[in-house]
Design a protein around this ligand. Structure first.
Ligand code: PMP
Length: 419
């Protein structure tokens, strides 16, 4: 458009969008890029990638998924692809509720992976500046989910039996003395990600006692609980609390689990079980997030729950136990004597601690040159720590790859020690 004097009006010039200025405060927060860095490095062909947390794809029950998918499409027709209830497909919620005596479907919300459960729970629970207690180290995906809601983290020291309960009691006491309260304690009691460790029964009771004494919620994240190798898993914190209190509405535990590790992660089917005021809020925010999780997938999972799932879990236990044993044997053969590591009795991960002088972030390119990738330990700390540690995933590599990968990693460690 021209002005009377015949010159172009500045406002008619197209303005370059300022994407950086458009971002919200929370989107501008710095974020950890360990995962994208690892994924980029892991593009090298032939690399043994112990970095990601991938289930073994060759063990996915593909035939059963194909059959269940045909069956439910035939049986339910358009209902499989029409909009559904935000709470989730009722028969699936009923089957999940039936696993815990005393639980009602009203205590169950289906989510798109437990990653979404962590995000939605963060959304309904965390105000900016709220204190959230996490294990040290903890699942970095949970930190990613909580991050936008801007909590203040208190990292709790852990050992072979889980959280140090004296330290937790001290933190809760200190907060109370200051007139504050933590919003929740986030904990992965079984075959923890990243350490592979399991919280002892004694500590489970103590954690529950502290939660009830100080009125703090527990967010129990349990994707790996069914993947035990020998000894059966210890009772869920949720179940201990329900047994003690007798009513799901009194239970201070918000329990999340998923079909990602037991069936297939691409189905994106998981759930939260909790008291109804929490479930009702989750329904509200899930409506805004994605309306509901894909109905067809929920139908498939409900179809597989009774017979395929238990068989599949037994198969995974055997196979992952074999892989973990193989990896541990390779590590004891190849690693220098001053390298220590956890010996998990389930799950998908183990945790390696190197001599303090080695920075696993700096070592990663050298490991990739040697044909192996891992997840750097520092990614799993809410505050600081883990620079000399790393996480290895044993579920997604066969024996030959494990041998090759561990040999490459051992060589990288020895090279770092010489430097
Ligand atoms: N919690 C933990 C501790 C995990 O390790 C994972 C997956 N890596 C998740 C939650 C998310 O799992 P999903 O969204 O596939 O159910």
């Amino acid at each position: 458009m021209l002005t009377e004097s015949g010159t172009a009006r500045p406002s008619s010039l197209p303005r370059k969008p300022d994407f950086a200025a458009a971002l919200s405060e929370c989107a501008r927060l710095p974020c950890d890029n360990s995962v994208s860095r690892m994924l980029k490095l892991a593009q090298v062909p032939g690399l043994v990638n112990f970095g990601g947390g991938l289930p073994a794809p060759e063990l996915f029950p593909m035939e059963d998924i194909a059959r269940a998918s045909r069956d439910v499409l035939e049986r339910y027709g358009y209902r499989a692809v029409q909009y559904g209830m935000t709470e989730g497909w009722l028969p699936l919620r009923e089957k999940i509720a039936a696993q815990t005596p005393g639980l009602s479907v009203d205590n169950v919300q289906i989510t798109s992976g437990s990653q979404q459960a962590l995000d939605l729970l963060g959304k309904i629970l965390i105000d900016k500046g709220d204190t959230v207690l996490v294990e040290s180290p903890t699942y970095m995906g949970a930190l990613q989910s909580f991050h936008p809601y801007q909590p203040r983290y208190q990292a709790l020291p852990t050992d072979e039996e889980g959280i140090d309960m004296d330290a937790l009691e001290q933190v809760l006491e200190d907060l109370e003395r200051r007139g504050q309260q933590a919003k929740f304690i986030y904990v992965i009691p079984n075959f923890q990600n990243p350490t592979g460790r399991t919280m002892s029964l004694e500590r489970r009771y103590k954690l529950l006692e502290l939660s009830l004494r100080y009125g703090v919620l527990i967010l129990e994240d349990d994707p790996y609980g069914e993947l035990y190798f020998e000894r059966e898993r210890l009772p869920h914190l949720y179940d201990l609390a329900l047994a003690q209190l007798g009513d799901p509405e009194q239970v201070p535990v918000l329990y999340c689990s998923t079909f990602s590790k037991t069936l297939a992660p691409g189905l994106r089917d998981a759930w939260v079980q909790a008291a109804t005021p929490i479930i009702q809020k989750l329904v509200q925010v899930k409506q805004g997030a994605d309306m509901h999780s894909p109905t067809l997938n929920q139908m498939i999972v409900a179809e597989l729950m009774d017979d395929v799932l238990p068989r599949q879990i037994v198969r995974l236990r055997g196979s992952y136990r074999e892989r973990a044993t193989h990896m541990l044997a390779a590590m004891s053969r190849e690693f220098p004597a001053d390298v220590t590591y956890t010996v998990p009795d389930g799950g998908m991960f183990l945790w390696v601690s190197l001599p303090g002088s080695i920075d696993t972030d700096a070592m990663l390119p050298r490991a990739v040159e040697n044909g192996v990738a891992y997840m750097v330990g520092s990614a799993f700390f809410a505050l600081e720590g883990g620079r000399n540690s790393l996480r290895l995933c044993f579920s997604n590599a066969g024996a030959a790859d494990i041998d090759r990968g561990i040999a490459g990693l051992a060589a990288a460690i020895r090279d770092e020690q010489v430097c």
